[in-house]
Design a protein around this ligand. Sequence first.
Ligand code: CO
Length: 405
Amino acid sequence: MLEITDVRAILTAPAGIDLVVVKVETSEPELYGLGCATYTQRASAVGYAVDHYLKPLLVGRDPRRIEDIWQSVTGSAYWRNGPVLNNALSGVDEALWDITGKLAGLPVYQLLGGKCREAATVYRHADGRTLEEVEEKARALMADGITHVRCQFGGYGGSGAVPPGAAPDWATSGVVGPVAVFDPAVYARNTRRLFDHMRSALGDEVELLHDVHERLAPPDAVRLASDLDQYRLFFLEDALSPEHPEWWPRLRQHSVTPIAMGELFNHPLEWQPLIQAQLIDYLRIHISQIGGITPARKVTHLCETYGVRTAWHGPGDVSPVGHAAQVHLDLAAPNFGIQEWAGIDERLQEVFPGSPQLIGGAVTVSDAPGLGVDLDEEAAKRFPIRDRLPGWTHTRLPDGTAVRP
Ligand code: CO
């Protein structure tokens, strides 16, 4: 009988970002699976949950009973839908899909219903400290065949980021811990200037996107969305925070720009009402954050019913195993919209052979059975995690108020 013999978390940071990957081994020699469990801001907590809580629940069980394992492991914690445990479970879930694909001799997209397209169109990211710098980066991406460009002025602190030299005294005193100072009014003004510049410089054919990163108060976000309508964005991302669902209808009343939302979602009640009321156009969940391929597949079908498309969250804090899981879903989903693509550099390729490949403006996976990505554990050891928090999660307004980043 085929059974799970070991479950463990592997933590590594080949590109300087802490990644968590779960390896599930079985009683069949050489048959194992890998899954992404990356919650980079709490990487060690996820690793602990995998090794100390999930392994004892799973050893001895049949790895092909994916749905049953997902349901019973979720219930075993009693308190559920939180990011640490969802990520831990995602690592196991994706590994089980990987194992089942290897057993069947089929890539995971075949288990999901087969290809609806040959490759998944991506958007890539252009930012800079000046309008010209953003334009230059966008042009370089377009020259490489990228058709969809997300433009940010001033990087992820946005153009509202206050440089350390100009920060108020309280910000450098240490009393309130680490600080990234951000001015929402400056950000909103500069974002209007950015798209005015980009549209006139690049013309109408390129698709432009923007991420508000929930950095504005709800009425200011509504006004920005309305002001940006004239630039015909492909979508506007995270205009509101998950804590303000009551504002989505108002945003719809005032803007025709397509809306993308969801990288912070953990709980089904965060996405179900928005999809059913058609208040968003693209759902961009961080797949490991909701528990892996098993729930993501169901969310995809729910979206299809309501005319919402997928745009899974694909930054550098998703492992190449997690990127592969997304692309398998992208290929098999009739309602695929677009895929965020942060890129997989040489160090990541070395640790994760078989990673998805970007060809022109689209990404694809190999036809190898399972997810198609392996993990070189010796190489992974050369890139230990740092377990330190990135600066942008410590955002405060110019008067010192702590806000969500
Ligand atoms: Co985002």
